[in-house]
Design a binder for this molecule. Structure first.
Ligand code: PLP
Length: 401
C-alpha cells in the first residue's frame, strides 16, 4: 500500500537536491568553519553561501541571519534574548503574544512571566485571527516586545503580522516585533524589506521547508541586540555559541534556494498529470482546496476551522461532527493516511488543542477536529484516494458510535 502523507506541518521530507548538497559536508568537506586551514575555510565559505541563500529568501542582509537548531531555539532566542536584559536590570517589561502560538513561544513566554515579565496573551476571533484592535488595547508604555506568529501550525490561518507591527511601531518605535514564521517559510513570500519591514525578529525551521530536522534560523534586524542563550565560542557574531552544524546549514541554504524557486514559479494551475508534484503555490492550494471541498461535499456535518480567506496554501483543519479525531487518526493510519490533530508534539496527548479552544470551539468540538497538511510531494492521485478513504472511515466510526 502506497502511504499518503498529509502531515507536512509536522515535518516535511528532505528534498533529494537538499540531501545531495549536504552529503559532502559529512565526509570530504568536513573542516570546522572556525579553523584557519583550507578545510576550515571551505566549510566557512559553505556556511556563508547558505547564509546568503536564507537571507535572500527573507530579503535581508546575510549578517542578519543566525543559524540555530530549529524553530524552538529561534523562538526562545528571540523572546528570552530580548527580555532577559530587562530582568537583569530590574526594569519593568511587558510582552504581548497570543493564545494561539506554538508552545515554543507560549511556554517561553510563561517561563519569562514566572521570572517577572508581564505578559498579555491576545485571544483570536472565531476565525483564528488576531484583530488589530486587540493589540491596540493591549499596548502599554512598558511594552518591549510583541510576538505574533505568521501562519498557525494547526489551522494555517495567517495573521496580519505586517499590520500589527505597524501599529506597534506607531505606538512606540522602540517596541520590537517577533514573528514565528516556521509554518510560513517556503509557503508564503517573506519580505523583511517590504511587507515585514517593521518586523525585527523572525523564526524559521528547516524541517518545515524540506531541510532536515534540527536546523533553523533567526532573522535579527541590524541594530537589534539580544542576549545569547548559551555561552561559548564567538560563532554567529556572538549570538549563538557552538560549532556550526555545517551539513544542516548547507541543507537549509539549499532548501531556501528551492523554496524561492517554488514561490516564484509561474502561477499556472496544477498539472493534469495525476502523479505530478506541486511545483508552485497555486497547485498546492488547488490540491488542498479539492481535498477540502471533496470532504465537505461527501461528509455531512463537516466544518472548516479557521478563516479560509487567510490561510497557508497547504493546510486545512476540519471538524467532523460526532467523531473522536483520535479514533479517526488511528483508522486513517491503518489505511495508509498520515494526518494529525494539531501540533505533532500534542499527538497522543488527550488535551484538546489550545488553538481551537482559544478560537471558541468547545473541548468536544476540538476533539473532533483533524489537521490535514499537504506537502509539495502530494499528488492529485493521492488526494483522490484520500477522498475515498476518509469519508468511508468517518461513516464507519459514526455507525459504531
Ligand atoms: N513554531 C511553529 C509554528 C511550529 O509549527 C513548530 C513546529 O511544529 C515550531 C515552532 C518548532 O520548530 P522546531 O520543530 O524546528 O523546533
Amino acid at each position: 500500500m502506497q502511504r499518503i502523507y498529509l502531515d507536512a506541518n509536522a515535518t516535511t521530507p528532505v528534498l533529494p537536491a537538499v540531501v545531495e548538497a549536504m552529503l559532502p559536508y559529512f565526509t570530504e568537506c568536513s573542516g570546522n568553519p572556525s579553523s584557519a586551514h583550507l578545510a576550515g575555510q571551505r566549510t566557512r565559505a559553505a556556511v556563508e553561501r547558505a547564509r546568503a541563500a536564507v537571507a535572500s529568501l527573507l530579503h535581508c542582509a546575510a549578517k542578519e541571519i543566525v543559524f540555530t537548531s530549529g524553530g524552538t531555539e529561534s523562538d526562545n532566542l528571540a523572546l528570552t534574548g530580548i527580555l532577559q536584559p530587562f530582568l537583569d536590570h530590574n526594569e519593568p517589561a511587558h510582552l504581548i503574544t497570543t493564545q494561539i502560538e506554538h508552545h515554543a513561544v507560549l511556554y517561553a513566554a510563561e517561563a519569562l512571566e514566572k521570572r517577572g515579565i508581564r505578559v498579555t496573551y491576545l485571544a483570536p476571533n472565531r476565525g483564528g485571527l488576531i484583530e488589530p484592535a486587540a493589540l491596540e488595547a493591549a499596548l502599554t508604555p512598558e511594552t518591549k516586545l510583541i510576538s505574533v506568529m505568521l501562519a498557525n501550525n494547526e489551522t494555517g490561518v495567517i495573521q496580519p503580522v505586517g499590520k500589527l507591527a505597524r501599529i506597534a511601531k506607531a505606538y512606540n518605535p522602540a517596541i520590537l516585533v517577533h514573528t514565528d514564521a516556521v509554518q510560513a517559510a517556503g509557503k508564503l513570500p517573506l519580505d523583511t524589506a517590504g511587507e515585514f519591514k517593521n518586523i525585527d525578529l523572525l523564526s524559521i525551521s528547516g524541517h518545515k521547508m524540506y531541510a532536515p530536522q534540527g536546523t533553523g534560523a533567526l532573522f535579527i534586524r541590524s541594530g537589534v541586540h539580544l542576549m545569547p542563550l548559551q555561552y561559548g565560542g564567538p560563532q554567529e557574531r556572538q549570538r549563538r555559541a557552538g560549532t556550526e552544524n555545517v551539513p544542516g546549514i548547507v541543507a537549509l541554504g539549499r532548501a531556501a534556494e528551492l523554496a524561492q524557486e517554488f514561490l516564484h514559479q509561474a502561477l499556472e494551475p496544477h498539472s493534469s498529470q495525476p502523479t505530478a508534484h506541486s511545483s508552485n503555490i497555486a497547485s498546492l492550494s488547488g490540491l488542498r482546496d479539492s481535498l477540502e471541498q471533496g470532504l465537505l461535499a461527501a461528509i455531512p456535518g463537516t466544518h472548516i476551522n479557521g478563516s479560509t480567506a487567510h490561510r497557508a496554501p497547504n493546510t486545512t483543519n476540519i471538524r467532523f461532527e460526532g467523531i473522536d479525531a483520535e479514533s479517526l487518526l488511528i483508522a486513517l493510519d491503518m489505511q495508509g493516511i498520515a494526518a494529525s490533530f494539531g501540533a505533532a508534539c500534542q499527538s497522543g496527548a488527550t488535551e484538546p488543542s489550545h488553538v481551537l479552544l482559544a478560537m471558541g470551539l468547545t473541548p468536544a468540538e476540538a476533539r473532533s477536529s483533524l489537521r490535514l497538511s499537504l506537502s509539495r510531494h502530494t499528488t492529485a492521485e493521492e488526494i483522490d484516494r484520500a477522498l475515498q478513504i476518509i469519508p468511508a472511515a468517518v461513516a464507519r466510526l459514526r455507525k459504531l458510535a
